[in-house]
Design a protein around this ligand. Sequence first.
Ligand SMILES: [Fe+2]
Length: 155
Amino acid sequence: MISKWIEHLDEWAESGDLALVKVKALLQSDTLNPTKLRELADEPQKGQYVRQVLHHHDGYELVLLRWGAGSETLTHDHGCAGTRGAVLIVDGMVGNRVFSEKDGKLTFHRSFDVPAGDVLTFGPGLIHQMVNAQPDKESMSIHVYFPCLEQVTYF
Ligand SMILES: [Fe+2]
């Protein structure tokens, strides 16, 4: 399943045709088996997450995240100008906390939870924190970032 996705993403990236709407539709096109997917990354400790790059291409990156119970990222942007992303929640529930930054000061805007099966998309300039919304159970998600994910700033 993942290899099929990579074939499509490679083709779109190479023809300069990667678009959020297509990536979102791709992530929603099949139901993944969480048990098989879990084997692709180490088991996270409680309070920590494990980030496993599944495929790196010049035009995008495909990443699997296993969220340990109660884990959360630092607040961050996505580096390269214009980077967009799509996140499929495969298992559990992941929370998204959205911020803005002005003159070095972060302002919190909103927070919402995304359940398994849903895809969260974001455009350029997003500053956010993602969290495992399940305090006692693991969650899992697959992320596609494009065109690149370099020079990320953590706040
Ligand atoms: Fe992010």
